[in-house]
Ligand binder design. Sequence first.
Ligand code: C2E
Ligand code: MG
Ligand code: MG
Ligand code: MG
Length: 270
Amino acid sequence: MLHPLDGRPCEHIASSSVREDAMAHALRVALEREEIALVYQPIVRLSDRSIVGFEALSRWTMGDSNHINPELFISIAERYGMIARLTLYVLDRIAREVGELLRDRPDLFVTINISSQELLDDRVQIAVENVCRTRKIPCSCVAFEITERTSADLTLMKRGIDRIRKSGHPVFLDDFATGYSGIAQLVTLDIDGVKLDGSMVEVAHKGSKAIAIADAVARMMRDINLEMIVEGIETEEQLAQFASLPGVELGQGWLFHRPLSLDDLILKCK
Ligand code: C2E
Ligand code: MG
Ligand code: MG
Ligand code: MG
């Protein structure tokens, strides 16, 4: 028998949903046991590759070596009502792990990924308001990257983002130029910048349509006073191409640094 919506066999759907239920349960336990780890990927100034900040990324290893893809467990956390719980955990953890580094180096910043659906969650907003106060970290050192995996109500999103920015935290739209993150958001939302998705970088070769679009986006960001951080830079050629775009100063990618352990991050920021 085929599933009426996508033509896949029903047994497949049933078994994959059972698998997801089991994974959601395991994720809940992992959060309780504080088994989700954080790695930190530096954000660099493209002109001299100096580190200006770093993005906190969650890592979940089941058992000894079963690394679960973050896109997968984040989407499970979102669908099983655990995403706010994960964010509270990440906020607490970054404050403990990089609080001291940021107090010593207030010129750096950490970014935390949050989903648009969490913006209206009071527990998340209160944790955001407290994260810097309790650890005496300057609020400007803790920025948020907002990802939209489903279409969100822009008016509600704006309300949540305004509240975060009112506490002094910079806000970026993540995955810009893919899915739900685009021009309409820029019209409505007051933000500090965008992160241009790595998928744009991947297809942007010299003379390509993608590089012409990236150039136009960069000019637009400059005109409306938004920072544009370019993600997923893997090669010298990509660096040269994107560093020459108007107003583009910051980037991230394997060419500079892979996501680092806390110890490695601290060594690199000394
Ligand atoms: P993102 O926020 O857009 O993060 C960028 C992803 O690209 C990361 O994947 C990073 O490891 C990867 N990346 C960085 N540089 C390069 C590069 O040069 N080439 C390539 N191919 N990839 C690169 P990761 O860590 O697997 O995370 C995937 C997504 O999962 C993130 O995308 C983010 O949306 C989500 N995520 C990760 N941790 C968290 C979290 O703590 N909370 C939430 N809400 N989402 C998270
Ligand atoms: Mg991100
Ligand atoms: Mg991104
Ligand atoms: Mg992404």
